[in-house]
Design a protein around this ligand. Sequence first.
Ligand code: SAM
Ligand code: SF4
Length: 358
Amino acid sequence: MNPLFSQLAAARRRLRDSHGRAITDLRVSVTDRCNFRCVYCRTGNEGAQFAELAHADYLRMIRLFVSLGVEKIRLTGGEPLLRAGLLDLVREVASLRTVCTATPQPLDLALTTNGHLLAGMAQPLKDAGLTRITVSMDAVDPETFSRITRVPRSFDRVLAGIRAATDAGLGPVKVNCVLLRGFNDGQIEAFAEFSRRENVIVRFIEWMPLEEASTGEHARKWTKEAVVTLDEIVERLDRYAPAGLGSSGLIELPPNASSETARRYTFADGVGEIGIIAPVSRPFCGHCSRVRLTSDGKIRTCLFSQTDHDLAGRMVRGATDAELSAYIRQVVDRKEARHHIGEPGFEKPSRSMVHIGG
Ligand code: SAM
Ligand code: SF4
């Protein structure tokens, strides 16, 4: 077939929802276990709640999504580095190629981790074919960091992980920080310095109501007032003069892609990059390109879905690839238009973040 026709035919196969959004981005949770107990995420009392599938099952699901036009895969959890055999899965996914591009291309293959086990795994992950990494780090002050993760002396290990990832060629590393008012919002300027010093992209994420129901000393329950918004972060950083620069003022950078969820900023000398992801104060549902697979093989079409869709169950019952692809299309078609955070009548989703995959 003429290459142009085959490309057009492939583009027509691309997953699209009933709101016209192309779905090109799949997040796959490989476990809902975690070795941290971040106060805004896990209670630490609940542990794993859902099964883990064999890597071959995730791989089959990922292949199906890729055959339907998905081009970005992010492995996540829980904490994905806890999963034995992860490097083999990365290697297999890295060997897949896109189908809707003019020529088949390697996938954009990323991973989100809390970084605790990263120092020893960064180079093997890079060698296995990982293209990008995001490390979550909610404070650059070691004591505040331990109060958030509730794991003593965790900061130095995560910092070593970030540096190892940079050295392995996985840079610029993205460092995700969820700010909680009165808890770690004093760290905003220190994170700007960290971005400039360590050559990482710091991304502040507005806290969403996705925490496990919590009690106890450091428990945090989501409220709108606890969210540190994009406007506040921009205002603070705009007034801030980084060390050695002598002048304040943020400079906005253009988005990297149309589906970019972060607003991007730098400073007058172009050193350091700050991204702000504002799902609460500036929802980006209109150009959402994501769906998620949970560790037990359920499709979630939105972080705030009230139900999951049992892809794994259909696999176990012997569905063919064609039947599974038809099911994926049908599920994606019904992807929610948007979330309703902060609106009257908002209902928490049927799973919390750690059991979905962030
Ligand atoms: N354990 C890994 C980690 O922490 O990077 C991967 C899973 S974690 C659920 C993925 C990301 O979701 C982290 O950057 C974390 O900070 C973020 N996250 C967790 N709960 C959140 C919430 N309620 N609102 C916004 N982001 C959240
Ligand atoms: Fe674990 Fe990540 Fe949740 Fe922290 S944010 S408790 S590291 S899943």
